[in-house]
Ligand binder design. Structure first.
Ligand code: DX5
Ligand code: ZN
Length: 222
């Protein structure tokens, strides 16, 4: 099953609870929650307080994408405030295996995020601790950027690694893609191997604020 994860980075923050419930009511699967610290990435967004605030608005999994450095000390705060999945960038952690263990011990699913230029070998020795592999198809920091086409080859490579691992162990790992996903390129991205799709501006840019069903058609098309 394919997962659609709208990124609330592009939502109307003045009505965040409503924006969260609306996309799930329209058929989305996860809420993608972008955490930026103005240090690891050049932008500043939301933290555990906002995770806590939106938690009662949905039973759907909250997929926390940490773009922060350091990583470890913020993990328990997200686990406590209702995150279900926590992913981080391996370059931002001094001890990647330890951080993955910390996330899983806190009761969340864990994942690594690969920037466009980050090699996939970071996953090689920690597959048993991965629930999600997230490939960035833009440089992290902002919504509304263009999909980098080279990510398609990288997706195929990641898919092959994951499939080989699943054949060996029987354990599956989600392959998520983040950045520039639109109605007109999602089929091609899915063919390259992704099975979870973050879409920020494509979803939250659709429809008029006053229409309660404004996200139905874009989510159905994704
Ligand atoms: C970028 C974020 C993305 C972003 C995606 O650093 O990680 O999740 O919100 O936005 P779009 O879909 O507009 O590229
Ligand atoms: Zn993200």
């Amino acid at each position: 099953m394919h997962v659609i994860a709208p990124s609330i980075l592009s939502a109307n923050f003045a009505k965040l609870g409503e924006e969260v419930s609306a996309v799930i009511a329209s058929g989305a699967d996860w809420i993608h929650f972008d955490v930026m610290d103005n240090h690891y990435v050049p932008n500043l967004t939301i933290g555990p307080l906002v995770c806590e605030a939106i938690r009662p608005c949905t039973t759907a999994p909250i997929d926390v994408h940490l773009m922060v450095k350091p990583v470890d000390r913020i993990v328990p705060d997200f686990a406590k405030t209702g995150a279900n999945i926590i992913t981080f960038h391996p370059e931002a952690s001094d001890h990647v295996d330890r951080t993955l263990g910390l996330i899983r011990d806190s009761g969340c699913q864990a994942g690594l995020v690969f920037n466009p230029a980050t090699p996939l070998h970071y996953m090689d020795y920690v597959m048993d601790k991965l629930d999600v592999v997230l490939l960035m198809s833009v440089n992290p920091g902002f919504g509304g950027q263009k999909f980098i086409p080279g990510t398609l080859d990288k997706l195929r490579e990641a898919r092959a690694k994951i499939d080989a691992y699943t054949a060996r162990t029987g354990r599956s790992i989600r392959l998520e893609i983040d950045g520039g996903v639109k109605v007109d390129n999602i089929a091609q991205i899915a063919r390259a191997g992704a099975d979870a799709f973050v879409a920020g501006s494509a979803v939250y840019g659709a429809g008029k604020d006053s229409d309660p069903n404004r996200y139905d058609s874009v989510i159905a098309a994704l």
